[in-house]
Design a protein around this ligand. Structure first.
Ligand SMILES: Cc1ncc(COP(=O)(O)O)c(C=O)c1O
Length: 426
């Protein structure tokens, strides 16, 4: 399709967009009375209007039933979390028994490493990507230290090549071969938070297994964004947060995946009563008998008020399906990259997109160096109701989330960006 950087063309695309009605299901903040153009759903997704209804329902049940709500609420609390298994398994490409919701992301990665990082004197190294999200770096450093190893020795980062922004698959695979028998775990962000690069999780997982390592993924920027087939890819474990593309609310609950091949294993885990055999959970038995499945890794009873908005969002994803989302995501992300290039030409700017251009290697994020621009441009955008994410010195991260962003948003963003740059040149 030939693309045009015009309002008319963007509006035509919106008219043809089957997901356009979903925009109205979300609440957009306003700046100076104007609804914002929201490009930071990769940080915190917008609030779905239905979230309040789900939360209100729990509040009403709490008021009306108090403790009895565990069994007599509209959606009883004791098994509230089970409502996630079906829809969430479709989002991440798993069997329902392979997913659970609990805790928060970094906490879950720590708990999963209790089971899947079992270092020995000779096999103790972890491969991760260079400049992983800081929480993951601290997580890995503290885990290896906890086991008596030094981070400098035990953590192997895969570097970008000189002058390149993205990590090459061949370099990941070569590093796995090189570390070989010493490799205990590969743990990488499925989508890099900074560049938006999507890793080939299937190939990397296979390779990790071929040298005898376990392979786990931090899917913070992947869940609800890209096509995942965790079961078929034979991934050992994964975890994600729900507040980015899954619109569940600030700091909200994380999801986990544990491949069914591990469900009957004797992997060690930190246990609690909500991982105990469901039929016998309230018998208060002394001996832990885990549920066979990811739920067997649950520890505490679940925070129902936090799960409620997540369930609202997961129900919406279930209605739409990942395939429809991905179709629009590719189209709108391509349009954004096009508009950026057009604006760069028009103003003789120097924009450098650092996200891979191959749609297979990117999701819903374009990261771009606005060479020659400074943070005043970010403030200009904010004042003009465009919310973006700015990283020093001048990288802007833009996520045109297909659920609620429109093609017209992209066109208008281009115009505001152009005005902002021109006005700062004067
Ligand atoms: C890639 C990645 N990993 C981990 C985290 C940390 O998540 P949490 O604070 O929910 O543990 C984030 C948060 O944005 C992230 O982007």
């Amino acid at each position: 399709m030939i693309l045009h950087n015009s309002l008319d063309f963007a509006q035509q695309l919106d008219k043809q967009d089957p997901l356009a009605p979903y925009r109205n299901e979300f609440i957009f903040p306003k700046v100076n009375g104007k609804e914002v153009i929201y490009f930071v759903g990769n940080s915190l997704g917008l609030q779905p209007k239905s979230a309040k209804k789900y939360v209100d329902e729990v509040m009403a049940d709490w008021a009306n039933f108090a403790v009895e709500g565990h069994f007599y609420a509209e959606k009883p609390w004791w098994d509230y979390q089970e409502r996630f298994a079906e829809p969430l398994s479709k989002i991440v490409g798993a069997k329902p028994s392979e997913v659970a919701v609990m805790n928060t992301l970094t906490v879950n990665l720590h708990l999963l490493m209790v089971s899947f990082y079992r270092p020995t004197a000779s096999r103790y190294k972890i491969i991760c990507e260079e400049k992983a999200f800081p929480s993951d770096q601290y997580l890995l450093q503290s885990q290896v230290t906890h086991h008596g190893f030094s981070p400098q020795d035990a953590i192997i980062e895969i570097k970008r090549r000189e002058g390149e922004h993205n990590i090459r698959l061949e370099d990941v695979l070569a590093k796995i071969d090189e570390v070989g028998d010493e490799l205990a775990l590969v743990m990488i962000g499925g989508v890099n938070y900074y560049t938006g690069q999507v890793f080939d999780m299937k190939t990397i997982t296979q390779k990790g297994h071929s040298v005898g390592a376990k392979v786990g993924w931090d899917l913070a920027h992947a869940a609800g964004n890209i096509k995942l087939e965790l079961h078929n890819w034979d991934v050992d474990f994964a975890a994600w947060c729900s507040y980015k593309y899954m619109n569940s609310g600030p700091g909200n609950v994380s999801g986990i995946f544990i491949h069914e091949k591990h469900h009957n294993s004797d992997l060690p885990r930190f246990a609690g009563w909500y991982g105990h055999n469901k039929e016998r959970r309230f018998l208060m038995e002394p001996q832990f008998d885990p549920v066979k499945g990811a739920e067997g890794w649950q520890i505490s009873n679940l925070p129902i008020l936090s799960l409620a908005p997540y369930l609202a969002s997961v129900d919406m994803f279930d209605k739409i399906g990942m395939d429809a989302l991905i179709q629009k995501r590719d189209k709108i992300t391509t349009y954004l990259a096009f508009v950026l290039k057009e604006i760069s030409k028009e103003i003789e700017g120097n924009f450098e997109i650092i996200t891979p251009s191959n749609p297979e290697e990117r999701g819903c994020q374009i990261s771009v160096f606005l060479h020659g621009e400074g943070k005043e441009l970010f403030h200009y955008l904010m004042k003009n109701a465009v919310i973006t994410d700015w990283r020093e010195p001048n990288v802007i991260r833009l996520a045109p989330v297909p659920l609620y962003c429109s093609y017209q948003d992209i066109y208008q963003f281009g115009q505001i960006l152009k005005q902002g740059i021109l006005s700062h040149r004067k």
